[in-house]
Design a binder for this molecule. Sequence first.
Ligand code: GDP
Length: 397
Amino acid sequence: MNTVVVAVVLAILVLLAVAGVVLVGRRGSRPEPGTGAPDGAPPSPRPAGAGPARGTEPLGPPPGPPGAEAAGTAAPPAAPTAVLERPEPVAGRLVRLRARLARSNGALGQGLLTLLSRDSVDAATWDEVEETLLLADVGAGPTTALLDNLRRRVSVLGRRDPAELRGMLREELVAALQPDLDRALAVQRHADRPAVVLVVGVNGTGKTTTVGKLARVLVAEDKDVVLGAADTFRAAAADQLQTWGERVGVPCVRSDREGADPAAVALDAVRAGIDGEADVVLIDTAGRLQNKVGLMDELGKVKRVVERHGPIDEVLLVLDATTGQNGMQQARVFSDVVAVTGIVLTKLDGTAKGGIVIAVQQELGVPVKLIGLGEGPDDLAPFEPEAFVDALVAAEP
Ligand code: GDP
């Protein structure tokens, strides 16, 4: 009798063990690269400093971010790729991308050098200098100041040696860019919570792309990042952001419902960042500029709700450098609505109007912190006045 009981128990144990192995095997299976993922989501935020080095880490299927239920937010489906991209180092990006400033280069730096190199710099030439500065969107006030300084210095400069002229122009342009402004991004984690960066701007300026590129900048600096897709009014924005995140293993908190409350999504992203001990939470917002009151209501609510967990560390305003005075107008409206702490100027690769960097800083009193120099994933560079001007007045355009 006893033998029979023991045999039955053993048989049951063996059956259970086999079933267990099969289940574990199924859960642990990974999709082949490029075949898409049947289940799971991009990685949830990793504890700071934990886990294997980026660039080789396979994407896994952990659960969605905590707090997702509140806004109907959901963890996105798993990433289709198995190997994460390694973003380019941040240092020296502007130098690497300086050729992208070629059009600004011709219009502003080289244009001014050519004018100032004339045998006699008369009143007509100064008019042309002024026109060159205005056409490059330097703005009326800064143009007058630059013109006065250049006039004074050129008259003192007896002979017009090209190298000396270039040096002088370089100094004046760098000074106009206020090189002493603090351009560091406030992305240091606090003791108990991540830094929170709100990214605002009109749709079409390159806002979502900038959030994606910025996530890569932070990943390159070994930070743990969570994205919040609070631009819930543009259908493709959340998908776009999620894809940016997946490429570098950064989770994206989003809502599957178009038109969901942006503040709720933003709050869920911050909660996910807190729970996952992330360093930085980057929140993309909608930029509908239908009227100032609407914008104020929307961004004001996002800000209020997010700040339940502590003050926002950085509000980055994204401006399209090709839009000239329109961009300046947007800058004024946004800075009235939220306390902008830094500007990102996108599309500087496609414009002769690099002077907007000078104009926007002087008008808003806020530093340009990053510039977009192309559509590539790592075409976002920290703004460095000296390197920028070097590209504009380079001997070899
Ligand atoms: P959003 O509506 O403000 O979120 O704009 P998107 O991020 O969708 O970008 C709009 C377009 O601008 C996209 O085609 C981007 O690739 C492009 N874009 C963004 N930044 C840059 C940049 O620095 N240079 C260039 N050439 N294109 C950019």
